[in-house]
Ligand binder design. Structure first.
Ligand code: DP6
Length: 358
């Protein structure tokens, strides 16, 4: 493996949005959750991370750049992912470049990693999910790791919980698992991206500022202080998960929307029940909720579901393209980008709608 060579792999991973939320860990270092969660993976064209991992004998240490700026790799989470991937590395041969790397060589070789998000980082748009999933996937390819997506998801989970759900497209469930070592806490695909492809996801970026309370510390405080979180994890989510799986299987939008909105609202209620309370949504987020509730009630059946992660940005899921088109018109009318609503842009889960809307 001596000589001057460099081997690279580039991967692209979309972010995912939880419709049944993960909020709370039963084990902080292994990142084991207090409940199952379900998410939908976004179209990779719009919100995704692109990561290039490179290995060369001339690299003297592991280094990483995020959106062009070097970041520290001393954190335990990155090291856990790297350790788990390295332990599964196998021989790599690149005949074209005349490179042979044996399983043992991987322990000595250093990596350079460059990662880009095409959306605001740490603004409650699940940037860590796409980032860590992409990193684990790219490293797995570089080191010729033979594990399947579910096993890789258990590694990505140790980088950031929600990342384990980004290794699949479509609808994904993170099974909380029972084992103390976390071996059964992994993601499975419930339905692929073609199963319910008339859904359109619109993200209303209310603010792209970084959030004040990270998900990690927010959920730690909720676990320590919120009684509602205990009730939610034990009594509410297990039943909701079953109903959500059924709604997805049957493409039953009314049930899907009801469960999605209720779960988002309960997650933010847990944040309020935390001491001191955590406020992720702002006035504009609340106004969006009221408008969507009103619009849904004015129709025969719900047309739009809303969900908010650890930030004020609204993720709106429309029943179909027609509903999405009307939603977009209404959003632009009631929340004009330049007005004092502070809502500055829209990112769409389906680019053709953007064309339709002119
Ligand atoms: C509100 O996965 O960012 O988006 O595991 O500490 O890295 P860590 O937290 P993270 O939490 C995401 C929380 C959420 C809900 C969800 O995605 O399920």
């Amino acid at each position: 493996m001596a000589g001057e060579w460099i081997l690279t792999v580039t991967a692209q991973t979309p972010t995912n949005i939880a419709v049944i939320k993960y909020w709370g860990k039963r084990d902080e270092s292994l990142i084991l959750p207090v409940n199952d969660s379900i998410s939908v993976t976004l179209d990779p064209e719009h919100l995704c991370t692109t990561t290039t991992v490179a290995v060369s004998p001339s690299f003297e240490q592991d280094r990483m750049w995020l959106n062009g700026e070097e970041i520290s790799l001393s954190g335990g989470r990155f090291q856990s992912c790297l350790r788990e991937i390295r332990a599964r590395a196998t021989d790599v041969e690149n005949k074209e470049k005349g490179i042979k790397i044996s399983k043992k060589d991987w322990e000595k070789l250093h990596l350079h990693i460059a990662s880009f998000n095409n959306f605001p980082t740490a603004a409650g748009l699940a940037s860590s999910a796409a980032g860590l999933a992409c990193l684990v996937f790219a490293l797995g390819k570089l080191m010729n790791v033979k594990e399947d997506h579910s096993q890789l998801s258990a590694i990505a989970r140790q980088g950031s919980g929600s990342a384990c759900r980004s290794l699949y497209g479509g609808f994904v469930k993170w099974i909380m698992g029972k084992e103390e070592n976390g071996s059964d806490s992994l993601a499975v695909q419930l339905a692929d991206e073609k199963h319910w492809d008339e859904l359109v996801i619109i993200i209303a970026v209310v603010s792209s500022r970084q959030k004040e309370t990270s998900s990690t510390s927010g959920m730690r405080e909720s676990v320590e202080t919120s009684l509602l979180l205990q009730h939610r994890a034990k009594e509410v989510v297990p039943k909701r998960i079953l109903k959500m799986e059924e709604a997805i299987q049957n493409r039953d939008f009314a049930s899907f929307a009801g469960l999605t909105c209720a779960d988002s609202n309960q997650f933010h209620a847990v944040c309020l029940d935390t001491c001191p309370p955590i406020f992720y949504m702002n006035d504009t987020s609340h106004r969006i909720i009221s408008c969507v509730e009103k619009w849904n009630r004015s129709e025969e059946a719900p047309q739009i579901a809303y969900t908010f992660d650890a930030g004020p940005n609204a993720v709106l899921i429309a029943r179909n393209r027609k509903a999405a088109s009307l939603l977009l018109q209404r959003l632009l009318y009631y929340f004009p980008p330049s007005a004092d609503t502070n809502m500055n842009s829209y990112v769409l889960g389906d680019k053709s709608i953007l064309k339709d809307a002119g």
